[in-house]
Design a protein around this ligand. Structure first.
Ligand code: GCU
Length: 694
């Protein structure tokens, strides 16, 4: 029984109908106002039901729903019982008297409740369960598509995309496959995502027009995603008033410029009334920005925020601002410092509807980085944390690399040490209903979590079928940041494989855990060591090239010489970056003795003989981890082989992953040999185990 009305409630009704068509049963959808169902478990026809989705305002409600509602209120206690206690996207789930009840204040909550029932599977219909309240920790859970409308001559259709073409655009035009877009909305809603950006942060000539004369293309996408509660945002160029409006300037304090943004934004909302807002990459890697007019990023962001404010829109303003034309000879400039140096001093100057979007690490989505100090440096600003679901630096969806353990470490990091809030809190997480601690909350409400999408038009959506787990985990961690990554993986396995598997589900589960739980650390072990980062092929960023970026303007160096390796970012003798952290981390990272091994080379330049906490020297650690990493990949390959022909996974999928594991093994060997040979040649220190290093 579905009680309530509106487009999202209709979606719930359609979903239940679809499930009934597959598994049996039927659905009745009744709008509010009916009275005949008060005293029985039935609707107006009096027929019984065993699952009900009801909006709290869609009364009179069936008796069983009222019982659950009363029990929920009693448990919440006085003071919280009135009004909309369940929250915008929250839901209450209970099983009472043989009926599973999902109750929500808003239709979006019913939709999330529906996917929760799907996750629970049969257990949703088992023993009685008291009302449980679920609601998202972060209000905005957004995926940014780095899709281009035109095929970019260097970056292709999807920048850093490893899953085929864009699901939205092809060769300068909308793909027109709106069914796929609708299916994508369904997929995202099931993961817990509620916002997307439909074009790349680098806004080129064609993409600029999405804001004005090609707005209809965006509206068409929004129309498909709306039934799944997903709002559409747009990446816009800061120079739009010049590029599109023909104005002589894009100065954010110029009256004509402000009027242009106001009028343009008004038209956007006329076309897409639930439009989410703008995403802006300004003064970054060649994109235009406020610096050209002698203005700062608060001036820039506020100009767009003012245009969006009357309509409730937000601007996600990226903090990824650094000098990409650095002189590699200049060792005083430190790219890691740049975002903090530009943004921390602006704290307090941003409008309420500005969200500063900060990459989780200070450099660029490397396999290991410390948490960006910007996250803790702007207490009066709404900050969103940006993760990279697309695996640009973590194997490009050719390597198995389950990223949830890394994200979970980031979200659980406490910039002020044990007593202070976590990164998840600073991004706006409230711990409620799904466990976690109540020891802090972002003053401005927080900006939520943003991920760079890993989806394309590939049949498995993500190229590597196992990379789907990263998409799922992104949404789940944005909803409930304290969830154990292994538990998320279990959910994903259950939802993805178990329904179609004919083999032994427990064996499948064990194998996938053995392959994926530690895959991020495995990837780390055969690539750039101890937090030093990069060492990838310039341009496409796949595979090893130790000195590929060493003498370039990009600011990503390792400074290896015959004596040692690493970047001195201390206050005492280096770039001073450690001073951007509050204590205790400013002290921990500064200290050679206390700095965690895995970040040692991010913060310190050390001799090859430096002894780690693990007891190994830096050089021996490099050799050991690279040998071990390749062996581990070979094990993954054998583990996967055990699933062949068992019916646990579809044969075509098995073959695809087998091919990819072959490539992972080839590439891991290449990494091992290049890294080990490079450091052997630089240092002259042999491997204590005498293994062959080319
Ligand atoms: C990385 C990536 C670029 C991207 C940039 C960004 O540098 O390689 O393709 O544009 O991040 O986040 O803006």
């Amino acid at each position: 029984l579905v009680r309530g009305d509106g487009p999202l409630v209709d979606t719930v009704g359609e979903e239940v109908a679809r499930a009934c068509a597959r598994y049996g049963g039927g659905v009745r959808h009744s709008a509010p106002g009916g009275t005949g169902d008060r005293d029985t478990h039935g609707d107006r026809t009096g027929e019984p039901f065993d699952l009900v989705f009801a909006l709290s305002a869609a009364g009179p409600l069936p008796a069983v729903v009222e019982t659950v509602q009363a029990e929920f209120r009693r448990r919440r206690g006085p003071g919280e019982s009135g009004g909309r206690a369940i929250g915008d996207e929250g839901f209450v789930i209970a099983r009472h008297d043989g009926v599973t009840v999902v109750l929500a204040d808003e239709a979006a909550g019913l939709l999330h409740g529906l996917f929760h029932v799907v996750r629970l599977g049969e257990t949703a219909f088992g023993a009685a369960r008291p009302p449980e309240h679920h609601r998202p920790a972060m209000p905005r859970r957004m995926l940014d598509h780095w899709d281009h409308v035109d095929v970019h001559p260097v970056m292709g259709q999807v920048e850093r995309g490893y899953a085929g073409g864009s699901i939205f655009w092809r060769d300068g035009a909308p793909r027109g496959d709106l069914g796929r877009v609708r299916a994508y909305g369904r997929l995202l809603a099931a993961c817990g995502v509620n916002a997307i950006t439909v074009n790349n942060v680098n806004v080129h000539a064609t993409e600029a027009h999405l804001l004005t004369d090609r707005l209809g293309d965006v509206a068409a996408i929004a129309g498909e995603l709306r039934p799944y509660g997903i709002r559409v945002h747009l990446s816009v160029g800061f120079a739009s008033p010049v590029v599109l409006g023909g104005l002589p300037t894009a100065d954010p304090l110029d009256e004509d410029v402000r009027t242009w943004w106001a009028g343009t934004t008004e038209r956007v909302y006329e076309t897409i009334p639930d439009f989410g807002g703008y995403v802006v990459k300004a003064d970054s890697e060649g994109q235009p920005g406020p610096f050209a007019y002698g203005r700062d990023h608060a001036d820039g962001a506020n100009a767009l925020a003012d245009a969006l404010a009357p309509f409730g829109g937000v601007v996600h303003w990226r903090a990824f601002v650094y000098d990409h034309r650095q002189d590699w000879r200049d060792r005083s400039t430190d790219r890691a410092r740049a975002a903090y140096d530009h943004f921390a001093r602006l704290d307090g100057r941003f409008r309420d509807n500005v969200v500063i979007q900060v990459k989780h690490g200070p450099i660029d989505f490397q396999v290991r980085e410390p948490v960006s100090p910007v996250v803790a440096a702007m207490p009066a600003t709404r900050v969103a944390v940006e993760l990279q679901v697309t695996q640009e630096y973590t194997g490009q969806q050719r390597h198995v690399c389950y990223l949830a353990p890394m994200w979970s470490e980031v979200l659980g990091f406490r910039p002020w040490g044990h007593a202070g809030p976590t990164v998840a809190h600073l991004a706006g997480a409230v711990a409620d209903g799904e466990g976690g601690e109540h020891d802090g909350r972002a003053p401005g409400g927080g900006g939520g979590l943003v991920g760079v999408s890993n989806v394309g038009d590939d049949a498995y959506w993500t190229g590597h079928p196992l990379a789907q787990a990263n998409l799922y985990a992104f949404g789940r961690l944005a909803w409930a940041p304290w969830t154990d990554p292994a538990e998320i993986l279990d959910e994903w396995i259950d939802l993805t494989f178990v329904p179609v598997a004919t083999g032994d589900p427990e064996g499948l589960r064990r194998t996938l855990h053995a392959m994926m739980d530690d895959s991020w650390r495995t990837y780390e072990s055969y690539t750039a060591p101890l937090g030093v980062g990069f060492m990838v092929r310039p341009g496409h960023h796949y595979g090893p090239d130790v000195d590929g970026y060493e003498y370039t303007p990009w600011g990503t160096y390792h400074f290896a010489d015959r004596d040692g390796v690493g970047v001195d970012r201390t206050r005492a003798t280096g770039t001073g970056f450690t001073g951007q952290y509050p204590p205790p981390w400013s002290e921990v990272y500064e200290s050679l003795e206390r700095c965690p091994d895995e970040l040692l080379l991010f913060f310190h330049h050390v001799p090859y003989g430096h002894v780690l906490h693990s007891g190994s020297t830096v050089i021996q650690h490099i050799y050991d981890t690279h040998f071990a990493g390749v062996e581990r990949v070979a094990e993954l390959r054998s583990l996967w082989e055990t699933l062949a022909g068992t019916g646990s996974v579809p044969a075509a999928l098995h073959a695809r992953v087998t091919d990819l594991l072959d490539e992972q093994l080839r590439c891991a060997r290449e990494w091992r040999d290049q890294i080990n040979a490079y450091f052997l040649r630089k240092s002259g220190v042999p491997d204590v185990h005498g293994r062959r290093i080319p």
